[in-house]
Design a binder for this molecule. Sequence first.
Ligand code: AMP
Ligand code: MG
Length: 395
Amino acid sequence: MLTVAEAHEIIAGCVRPLSPSRLRLSELLGLHLAEDVVSRIDSPPFDKSQVDGYAISTSDSSEFLCELELVTAGNLPREIVRPGTTIRVMTGAPLPEGADAVVKWEDCEVRDDGLIRNQARQVKTGSCVLRRGTAFRQGQVVLPAGKRIGPLDVALLAEIGQGEVAAHRRPRVGVLPTGDELVAAHEEAGPGQIRNSNGPMLLAALAEAGAAPVDLGVGRDDPADLRQKIALGLECDVLLVSGGVSAGVKDLVPGVLAELGVEEKFHQVRIKPGKPLWFGVRDEGQRRVLVFGLPGNPVSTLVSYRSFVLPALRALAGAQFSPPVTDRRPLSTPFEHRGGRPTYHPCRRNGDTVEPLAWKGSADLATLTRADCLAAMPPGDYRLEAGAEVEVIYL
Ligand code: AMP
Ligand code: MG
């Protein structure tokens, strides 16, 4: 059986980044940049006042200053600050010629006759002034290719006047939970039935990851129904099928995928939960679909999604394929492990340590909602004492 690292290597070798296209600011959130963004302006584009106050020359030794005019943001000074004079400026207004500092109005003494007491001797040149190009210069790379675009990045693109930029489009990811026992969340579950939790979980996880989820409904454990719904799903960039990939008599998914021309790359990984994971690809000319058959138990589905699907989605968006980031933490309580597969065990962080939760296995979603990380326990029968270091993956 494949190790997790071997499975990662196979998936990484199958991912071809989606072609980039030029997109507007409103379409970019969560996408990855396909090019370095170079600024075409200095920021700020002119010397400007950082406060509401009086623009002065620090070399002026007059005792009182006469106010020449008031300049608000968006307007240009008409006057020049000369000895004995000042210009009142509001935040964001361009610094008037002749001035080299601004004094906050709270720090100024304005006499009844309107003259302002000169503070120049206590004020340093450049005080309360943001100089042109302090943040960055024209020609500088302000956002690197590959960066995931968040609200601040959108703001920066707007600031430099870049209304469009090349980004990798959102992968369309089909979600097909399968099983005769499944009913929808709003339906009553009859005898032997359970509600479909994987579908809503995967659709939500995909939206969170910046993908475009496609809800394919629920597949029945029936070849004809699966064939029809999987065929629809193969029009996406990625297809996630949940359930039906183990060794049971109703585990029909791998057979149907093969019939529809999806080439199996691996089936089963040495990991708990998540052993039955199935992965394959289907090529149609230039178009490649990645297909993941995720084991049906909700926790197995989530662990497989985070361990294998999410890194593939990032690589589709042009980023390097990288397995989930891990850390090492000491256990806060002892832990006993049994079995020949590495186990991802739900834990909670407790200061610097992690506490293994009393977890009832792959169907126990409730415990997972209390967890904030998974400890990767090595295979074997052993007991770890409190303080023993384990590898963790943050959720
Ligand atoms: P399977 O992988 O199809 O053998 O399913 C394994 C277990 O996961 C069974 O107990 C299923 O009832 C359960 N299961 C399968 N699909 C879902 C789903 N979409 N939501 C919740 N549980 C599921
Ligand atoms: Mg099933």
